[in-house]
Design a protein around this ligand. Structure first.
Ligand code: AHM
Ligand code: MG
Length: 340
């Protein structure tokens, strides 16, 4: 059956509508969003073929064209880099896959934004066909001079002008915020367009699911252990025990938490008792997810402070993360305050 489509909101229509609401918009910002949508469609195509690479791509390490078969995370890295380096919108980038700050090549124009991204998060899950994703965070340049500097990337999450992720799952979705609510788009593969499927996503104030790597239980601080003991207590009146769900792919675990509520946590662990550490990265994992969460009415902390108010000190710095429904995240914070 042919369906009339005048009510369908493509990502392009959505971006243009948003741009019209801001008389000062120069179009750079819209360009950024288009490029993210474009890059994620390219990555999506590669992810969809991943399971076939061995049969379609020839044998061993080379594909039919005689080129080396690249790992998907490298393909994702290059795709995003190539989608953004020449469009005159960014002054620099940083990525989980690259140690140093990524400068814009001298032949291209510089812009007034920075981009931090995780090109393919959860990539250790690819072989098992588990959801993976791309995460991104955008800040405005704050230093003087045309070139972007590390300082432009090392900004608090509170200063983000855009944050989002793309999830390559049973369908491909892009979820983003520019500080005016959270929007979710689903890719219609037959026409290659992202269509608005989740206008104004709100996270429940309380949920009934917790999500963490329980294998680390004995490496957590007393406060975190006591909090999880409480979530798994038998106490029907207080809605316990909570259900446990853990995919081990941040985008997928976060997406479920955003839609259903509850808490996702990756606490600091004491595997090396002298050097406790979190796992997730501040700039392109915790910070963008925290902005989305707050925009959806939830909360994200490092156990003590709001993630969005923590000043990052290095590009690839790690942080503990407690994120999701307001009530659960605040409760986790109270346990940590009391027991450490
Ligand atoms: P990656 O960036 O190396 O893929 O690691 C990040 C991933 C997240 O997607 C996920 O939340 C976490 O690592 C899972 O870690 P663990 O296997 O320790 O539970
Ligand atoms: Mg990652």
């Amino acid at each position: 059956m042919h369906v009339r489509t005048s009510n369908v909101v493509t990502i392009e229509r959505h971006i243009l509508d948003q741009e019209r609401q801001n008389p000062e918009a120069t179009g750079q910002f819209s360009r950024l969003l288009y490029q993210i949508a474009y890059a994620s469609k390219v990555i999506n195509r590669e992810v969809r073929r991943a399971g076939l690479i061995d049969i379609l791509g020839g044998t061993g390490d080379t594909n039919v064209q005689g080129e080396a078969v690249q790992k998907l995370d490298i393909i994702a890295q290059e795709t995003i880099n190539d989608a953004f380096d020449h469009i005159g919108v960014l002054c620099c980038m940083t990525s989980e896959e690259v140690d140093d700050i990524i400068s814009i090549p001298p032949q291209f124009d510089l812009g007034k934004y920075t981009l931090a991204f995780d090109p393919l998060d959860g990539s250790s899950n690819i072989a098992a066909n588990v959801n993976i994703g791309t995460i991104f965070s955008v800040h405005r340049k704050i230093t003087t001079g045309r070139e972007g500097k590390e300082e432009d990337l090392l900004q608090k999450g509170r200063g983000q002008v855009m944050a989002g992720y793309v999830m390559y799952g049973s369908s491909t979705m892009m979820v983003y915020t520019t500080g005016k609510g959270v929007y979710g788009f689903t890719l219609e593969p037959s026409i290659g367009e992202f269509l608005l499927s989740h206008p104004d996503i709100r996270i429940p104030q309380r949920g009934s699911i917790f999500s963490c790597n329980m294998g680390n239980y004995r490496f957590w601080s007393e406060g975190v252990r006591k909090y999880v003991d409480d979530l798994t207590a038998v106490d029907a009146e207080r809605g316990r025990p909570y259900s446990s769900r853990y995919i081990g792919s941040l985008v997928a675990d976060f997406h479920r938490t955003l839609l259903y509520g509850g808490i996702f946590m990756y606490p600091m662990d004491y595997k090396d008792p002298k050097k406790p550490k979190g796992k997730l990265r501040m700039l392109y994992e915790a910070s963008p997810m925290a902005m989305i969460t707050e925009q959806a009415g939830g909360l994200a902390t490092n156990g003590r402070d709001n993630i969005l108010d923590v000043q990052p000190k290095s590009l690839h710095e790690r942080t503990p993360l407690f994120i999701g429904s307001r009530e659960e995240v605040a409760e986790a914070g109270r346990y940590i305050e009391q027991y450490g």
